[in-house]
Design a protein around this ligand. Structure first.
Ligand code: ZN
Length: 224
């Protein structure tokens, strides 16, 4: 196993190599193309707002429910709200289905939010939840993070941590117990570089930082 494989990656759409520290995210197109997830990989499964354009949604949902019950399925999602798609009622309907499934299976829920934080805050008030909600690809400001923290959510940071001052400031502000790192779909992003940046921003040695994030990863995705 090389060093990259032992750094927790909370969210990736790239091919995964049997790593116990990596969460492969399966979405609509994967539900169409994959018969069964690789039993060696940990994964989460959900429908993105853009997936709601597929015509066979109920069939995809049946398959998603089957995938979600497998032992190596460690969470539901990503699902969420995305301002780039003009189907807000449909997005809400399917978000509610994901929340109900995650609650039923007691698995964490990964969120994809693009520009629709009001919708997220609204629904978080309606669901006093017993499972952890993970906001993936977070790059919002400290003032947004302050609004979100009372919803008991966790935050996963990706490439923005290297270049986006908002993401960097939020990362410093959010308690380390609620933080994970991810590559998402970015094949150019070196996980090692991301961890070095995270350690620097949190004023920890790389070893200390890796241990903390590994512990978080186990807490969130090893709840069995
Ligand atoms: Zn994603």
């Amino acid at each position: 196993m090389n060093i990259e494989d032992s750094l927790p990656n909370a969210h990736t759409h790239l091919p995964v190599n049997d790593s116990p520290w990596c969460i492969q995210v399966l979405t609509g197109k994967d539900l169409i193309s994959i018969e069964k997830p690789n039993p060696e990989n940990l994964f989460t499964v959900g429908l993105l707002p853009e997936d709601l354009q597929f015509s066979n949604l109920n069939l995809l949902w049946n398959k998603l429910e089957y995938f979600s019950q497998l032992e190596n399925c460690r969470g539901i999602g990503e699902c969420g709200f995305d301002k780039r798609y003009s189907n807000p009622e449909l997005q809400l309907l399917w978000v509610e289905k994901h929340i109900a499934l995650a609650e039923k299976l007691k698995k964490p829920l990964t969120w994809h939010i693009v520009g629709k934080w009001a919708s997220y805050l609204n629904i978080s008030g309606l669901y006093p939840t017993h499972i952890t909600w993970l906001l993936h690809g977070f790059q919002g400001s400290v003032s947004l993070a302050k609004q979100l923290l009372p919803t008991e959510c966790w935050f996963s940071f990706g490439a923005a941590l290297l270049s986006n001052p908002n993401a960097q400031a939020s990362f410093q502000f959010i308690p380390i117990e609620k933080i994970l790192l991810e590559t998402d779909a970015n094949s150019e992003l070196n996980l090692d570089t991301l961890y070095q940046q995270g350690a620097k921003l949190k004023n920890l040695t790389l070893e200390e930082f890796i241990l903390k994030i590994r512990s978080n990863f186990k807490t969130l995705f090893d709840q069995r």
